[in-house]
Design a protein around this ligand. Structure first.
Ligand code: PLP
Length: 385
């Protein structure tokens, strides 16, 4: 009945799976019939802390009874605490709070224009930065972009992991370079060693700002709180969302010294910095910082990828890529039938393009569930040929 209702009234923009999810607990999701699934979709990466994490539930309950909404024209103690904690964690001085990944990208693009007075943006091929008009302009996939032309001008796409091609387009019209630390939607492609450092150096040399899109890679997903820690670099603007607030909608733009002053009233958001999201995000950050979940994801993720490399035959897979619990298996065939077969076997996973199977287990997944998922993937892929 509810499936029919959604089919009648949803916008139509989503390709839906034939599954009604009604409850979640840890790394497990449950359908209307009570069947349980190991969740490697993680709400498109927004549930790094799993479902119904007690610290998030209690923070939301407590804050909801005190104050849910409070526009940023007023000060608020929960927001203040969160801003200070997030800035300290990111080692960046200021933050703009918003409500989603695309909104964080829009903010960063506007701050880059304000900070440099330049309109040029360099993005990367296979990059994904969201669906709003500015974010979409920096996204690569043509089928997402082309129906919406004209987009914002002066955006150039260069190949990812190719510093020579970036160097060729850098000049004094470029205000910012925007890049993911691991390309997620584009096929789970990690930055090669030294690439991001070279991007940072080129930005500095040409007076441009480095925007890191850590919307998907942030908050422990890759085995570090922020994935760029692995590369030892410092962004000028860093976009965050997805798992920032334990599953509640929220986004953030961290703002570095090189951006300069941001004039009053130059940007804003009604719900941005609302105390409910800030309380959930503060609780989430405490869990990320005070448990071994992130280090565990780094170690277990590496073990899982080694296992796949050693146990999946070359006639089925081309490559296993990723970092931490952001795992991509590039198949020789299409991923869609594999996703359906996995679902039938109790594992929910994602595609990343037509041929890459993307596994984003919540960081809280138990060892039993993790290796059960790995076994199921191995079995399904063996039967896929
Ligand atoms: N940037 C990256 C790297 C993403 O993976 C996504 C979403 O998948 C976005 C931006 C957009 O985030 P949202 O869907 O919250 O707008």
């Amino acid at each position: 009945m509810f499936i029919t209702l959604e089919q009648q009234h949803s916008s139509g923009t989503y390709i839906k799976r034939d599954l009604q999810i009604v409850r979640g607990e840890g790394a497990r999701l449950f359908d209307a019939e009570g069947n349980s699934y190991i969740d490697c979709v993680s709400g498109q990466g927004s549930s790094n802390l799993g479902h119904a994490h007690p610290a998030i539930v209690s923070a939301i309950q407590q804050q909801a009874s005190e104050l849910i909404a409070c526009t940023e024209i007023f000060h608020n103690p929960v927001r203040a605490s969160y801003q200070a904690a997030l800035c300290a964690a990111a080692r960046m001085p200021r933050v703009f709070l918003c409500n989603s990944g695309a909104e964080a990208i829009e903010g960063a693009l506007k701050f880059a224009r304000l900070g440099t007075g330049r309109t040029g943006i360099v993005s990367t091929m296979r990059g994904f930065h969201g669906r709003t008009m500015g974010a979409l302009s920096t996204t690569w996939e043509k089928k997402y972009r082309e129906p919406f032309h004209p987009l914002i001008p002066d955006v150039i796409h260069v190949p990812y992991n190719n510093i020579e091609r970036l160097e060729q387009v850098m000049d004094n019209t470029i205000g910012a370079v925007i890049v993911e630390v691991v390309q997620g939607e584009g096929g789970v492609h990690p930055a090669e060693a030294g690439y991001l450092r070279a991007v940072q150096e080129l930005c500095h040399a040409h007076g441009a700002l480095l925007i890191l899109d850590e919307v998907q890679t942030g908050f422990g997903r890759t085995g570090y709180l922020f994935a760029h820690e692995y590369d030892g670099i410092q962004p000028d603007l860093m976009c965050l969302a997805k798992s920032i607030a334990g599953g509640l909608p929220m986004g953030a733009v961290l703002i570095g010294e090189r951006v300069g002053e941001i004039p009053p009233a130059s940007h804003g958001s009604t719900f941005g910095g609302n105390p409910l999201a800030c309380a959930a995000a503060l609780a989430a950050l405490e869990v990320y910082q005070n448990t071994d979940l992130i280090q565990r994801a780094r170690e277990r993720g590496a073990a899982v990828m080694t296992y796949f490399r050693e146990n999946l035959p070359e006639n089925i897979i081309r490559e296993v890529r990723g970092r931490g619990f952001m795992v991509g298996i590039e198949l020789r065939g299409k991923v869609a039938p594999v996703l359906s077969a996995l679902q039938a076997q109790g594992v929910l996973a994602l595609p990343a393009g037509a041929t890459v199977l993307r596994l984003l287990p919540p960081l809280v997944i138990s060892d039993d569930d993790l290796w059960q998922m790995v076994d199921t993937v191995r079995e399904v892929l063996h039967h896929a040929v």
